[in-house]
Design a protein around this ligand. Structure first.
Ligand code: NAI
Length: 495
């Protein structure tokens, strides 16, 4: 079997396969879904365009989707997050480098932004689909919403008959999106409309992408249903929190190897990711200061024992600054210019605009020294001969994936079990679509998985940790007005 793919080095496949094999042992949820659904093949006929960090854990997700009958094409949702050996193993599958039998992957560590948008286009461009639309993708699995955005912007511009020119204010990245779409429109003027018409739904992994989907739905611009995987409890209360608790220090250590104990760490944002980040830093013996805009989260941080301050008040104290907000312009150039000598700055929110890298580069006299890949020293020369510098990790992009390998397998098994279930839900329960099939439909809005499925994901992970779950008796269940088999909490319960 030959297929198109673009990765760094297919020769890395054996190293990738060993890591995947070990990861499978740590991903009981995905392996249980393979056992449960493998025989019935609920994803047969699903053609999934996947855009999610191409790590070892994602390779186990990809191979679970294909084990359930899906075909996939895959790209990473971040230019630095691919593990090249995982990409190689996913391409080779059970074949050989000369005769790969896995899946087409378009991802490598250290992509340029131009490459990045090319890879996003590749997962939405299936062989033969220009002539036979039914050969195109019919599902999207997204992380951060870039694949969905590319498709919907493309369809919007096709309908308008042209791709607009970028304005002065548009960020460089959006210029590249427009450039990608302009080229695609010139080659095939119906590509995105045709593709969007076939999509049965999108399952979205992260807070930022979910936010984008709700905005689209509110404006009536969501042409297919979406499942918000992030807000499954077994995703955001686990991956965002416990995942970052593991992968943030991992990224900092691999990048800098500074001792965290005793240092002052400023964590911007105290949502799920911020809570995990602050706990990890405190666990290492750091003194943690939190910044927040939400009084509830600020109060939580205070009651958890952290100092809560404005960034401006603690610039001179912080040894390490970590953004976790999903917002933009959190750490500005003027903030970085006022930090201590050799302060470390990094981001674990989805996009790089939390840290104003463009503003940093514009500071008069600033100089960038690459220490090693994804670790840069920015040297300020205030004209006094007294040089100071700060260290910026992964150019302000997700440092836990850029400087390390992201969250560990066990927590990703929870997140990805939700992804697999969400893909099955949307693929098998859809209304009349362009390919004519009928079924009980999810409406074109953003849904979360029912709590009983969330509880199922948690249940799949208990045995591996030796958890003895207490069973509700029939009398207790009646007293509480619950079913013995769950769900155990109302939808508004916050955990
Ligand atoms: P969240 O909404 O629970 O938390 C974000 C917090 O930041 C909120 O409490 C908000 O009030 C606060 N915030 C917003 N603007 C702020 C500002 N200017 N200053 C201080 N605080 C501010 O979101 P969650 O789930 O914690 O996700 C945060 C980001 O992390 C998102 O972009 C998400 O996509 C990303 N993410 C990254 C992961 C990774 O592996 N690096 C894993 C999971 C999520």
């Amino acid at each position: 079997m030959t297929f198109d793919y673009k990765i760094a080095d297919i020769g890395l496949h054996e190293a990738g396969r060993h890591q995947i094999r070990l990861a499978e042992h740590e991903m009981p949820g995905l392996m249980a879904l393979r056992r449960e659904f493998g025989p019935s093949q609920p994803l047969r006929g699903a053609r999934i365009a996947g855009s999610l960090h191409m790590t070892v854990q994602t390779a186990v997700l990809i191979e679970t989707l294909t084990a359930l009958g899906a075909e996939v094409r895959w790209a990473s949702c971040n230019i630095f997050s691919t593990q090249d050996e995982a990409a190689a193993a996913a391409v080779v599958g059970d074949g050989t480098p000369e005769d790969p039998r896995g899946v087409p992957v378009f991802a490598w560590k250290n992509e340029s932004l131009e490459d990045y948008w090319w890879t996003a286009e590749q997962i939405l461009t299936w062989p033969g689909a220009a002539e036979s639309p039914e050969l195109g993708p019919n599902m999207i699995l997204d992380d951060g919403g870039d694949a969905t955005m590319l498709l919907l912007k493309g369809a919007e511009f096709e309908a308008a008959g042209a791709v607009p020119s970028a304005t002065e204010d548009d960020p460089e990245e959006y210029r590249l999106v427009l450039q990608t779409l302009r080229r695609a429109l010139a080659e095939d003027p119906r590509k995105w409309t045709r593709t969007a018409g076939l999509i049965r739904g999108v399952t979205e992994e992260t807070t930022t992408g979910v936010h984008r989907l709700y905005q689209l739905a509110d404006q009536g611009l969501l042409p297919f249903p979406a499942i918000n995987v992030n807000d499954s409890v077994t995703k955001s209360k686990f991956d965002n929190k416990y995942g970052i608790r593991h992968s943030l220090p991992d990224g900092i250590n691999r990048a800098t190897d500074v001792l965290i104990g005793g240092k002052v760490v400023v964590v911007c944002g105290y949502g799920d990711v911020g809570k995990g980040a602050a706990e990890a830093m405190r666990g290492q013996g750091a003194r943690v200061i939190v910044t927040e805009i939400d009084p509830i989260c600020a109060l939580q941080a205070a009651m958890d024992g952290y100092q809560v301050a404005r960034l401006e008040s603690v610039l001179a104290q912080g040894d390490l600054f970590v953004t976790t907000t999903g917002g933009k312009g959190i750490i500005l150039a003027e903030h970085m210019a006022a930090m201590k000598n050799k302060a470390i700055v990094g981001n674990v929110g989805h996009f790089d605009n939390e840290i104003d890298m463009a503003g940093l580069a514009r500071i008069p006299g600033v100089r960038k020294v690459e220490i090693k890949p994804q670790v840069a020293e920015w040297v300020f020369d205030g004209g006094t001969g007294d040089e100071r510098s700060i260290i910026v990790l992964s150019e302000g992009r997700l440092l836990n994936l850029g400087n390390a390998t992201g969250h560990p397998s066990f927590v990703m098994s929870n997140s990805f079990a939700n992804q697999v279930i969400a893909q099955i839900e949307l693929f098998t329960k859809h209304g009349a679509s362009a390919d004519g099939a009928e079924g009980p439909a999810y409406a074109n809005r953003v849904h979360v998985l029912p709590k009983v499925l969330d509880e199922k994901v948690a249940r799949l992970h208990l045995d591996a940790l030796g958890v003895e779950l207490t069973e509700l008796t029939k009398e207790q269940a009646e007293y509480l007005g619950l079913d013995v088999a769950g769900p155990y909490k109302p939808d508004h319960y916050r955990y």
